[in-house]
Write a protein that binds this ligand. Sequence first.
Ligand code: BDP
Length: 659
Amino acid sequence: EDGSQLWLRYVPVEEHIAKQRQISLANNHESALLAKQELNRYWRGTSISMHLDKKAKALKEGYQIKSDVSGIRLTAAEPIGLLYGAFHLLRLQGAKVNMQNLNIEEIPDYDIRILNHWDNLDRTVERGYAGYSLWRWDELPNTLSPRYEQYARANASIGINATVLNNVNASPQILTSNYIQKVKALADIFRKYGIKVYLSANFSSPKVLDGLSDSDPSRKEVQDWWKTKVKEIYQHIPDFGGFLVKANSEGQPGPQDHGRTHADGANMLADALKPYGGIVMWRAFVYNPSEQDRAKQAYQEFVPLDGQFRDNVIIQIKNGPIDFQPREPFTPLFGAMKHTAQMIEFQITQEYLGFSNHLAYLAPLFKETLDSDTYARGKGSTVACITDGSIFSAKRTAISAVANIGEDTNWTGHHFAQANWYAFGRLAWNHQLSSEEIADEWISQTFTDNRDFAKPIRQMMMDSREAVVDYMMPLGLHHIFAFGHHYGPEPWGDVEGGRPDWMPWYYHNADTVGVGFDRTTTGSNAVSQYNEPLRSTFNSIETCPENLLLWFHHVPWTHRMKNGHSLWEELCFHYDRGVQEVRQFQKTWDKLEQYVDEQRFSEIQSKLKVQAKDAVWWKDACLLYFQTFSKTPIPYELERPIHELEELKKIKLDMKHHN
Ligand code: BDP
């Protein structure tokens, strides 16, 4: 039991049961055949007949499942819908649902449900914590690891239908003919599982690969280079999805190097892709060391470009305005560009939530953003509705997340991190599912549906993200991580000559008066990027939600919180609660040993030990450091620090990276 099977632990059906039921299919499309194969292998119920109804276009990649005395009928408009429907049936079977009167219709909320791999061609993975990349570039295209197909099947089982294979900090090499052959080999495997391949493109590719004098998008030679390159790609991969681009961000090249705008750059690529139906996902993750609050910069740069992008460009926006912190408000760019397609980018890999060492179930984080009301078109304009096409009509809608997958046997490093891959897929299909429902599904498929196990584990998962917030950065604190690796605490961090917007003090602003980033109208005025009533709500220290207080305000240590604590006391209680929660997870887990196989039990148990130690490390580091400003004792009922601040300052982890 090494976790390699993920949530796909169906038991093969015995022959005598298989003989009693029939799985019929009047179609031989390869995705439909896969649906039949899954059901043939694992379905123990009554007979199922599958058919395609090409006219049922409204179903998109979805399906209908109906049952009566004669058995079950599974209908889809696309062959892949039958495979998705087959996995739905297997989920129902796992959950022991009564199959008598099924009347299900499922239509995906987003057209493109895509993973972003930050995988480099040397097989290291940027912010990857599950070993090297799955893609064995050196062996491709001739040797095909069996994991490619397993990966595709796992994605199909949760409705993920697209993948970007390489890092957004893209090597131009990915677009060489040599690599296109390798990409083709993967695309050929993924196709029958409904997965389209996309690539991250380096904007300087024309210059770097073929010696053009520059990569200025307004020059015909450059435009032609991209047209030729795109043509070559489609010759080998006829259903190629398109490009993801990180441009003029953190040192990556882009159109601004040539005095052009993001729209100029995106449109040039879009024009090259258009004849083949390809798209450009252009990232809005841009910021520069300037006088402007980093949290404001994406909005400032992109809103003026609204309406200038081609209709096969989608702006890809991180959920929060800074960078995948344990908690951020939603990025105000959502809904602010009314004539430009927008998609969300989440991070499944836990760059800022303890890597693959900490148990942090991320569905509540994803939901928090999706359910946030932007008020862009009045009340109810949630980020989900802004991006799924229901408020602003969009030609195609998309949702993405940075993958946490590597070559580790259990795929994601931490067994529980599999749940985050699962949750992203399920929410990309249906953003109305609750975090609890998704956890229940995942637990029963991955471990057992025994309620004595499932109930406490669900509770643990539901509490876990908030626990991380509590022991790392409660009350709206953010980005006080150690420089470079983003694992441990370093609120004191400072690098001589380093970029201010990469320093913890830039974000926490602790001083003898208080702590927090003043983003009110008298501060950086980031609040003004939000629509009313949010602008006023965030702007006032009285009405700002306390879980974002220090995001929007510089708050005096003595400020009274709603529960009567001073800010300082409240901070201490949150850090302490975070630690206590993890201790509770340990108790919960140990008590459930009898329900879990030995290997997964002990692997998770030891990860929880690491998490518990790290939580204390975080708490002590942050409280001891902030105490040098607050000059107030930690409330005496709370556990005392066990570290010396000076000793913590000396910890240097060997995890190198930029910012
Ligand atoms: C940050 C990461 C960095 C990525 C960057 C990005 O620290 O490694 O390259 O985002 O999203 O989260 O481009």
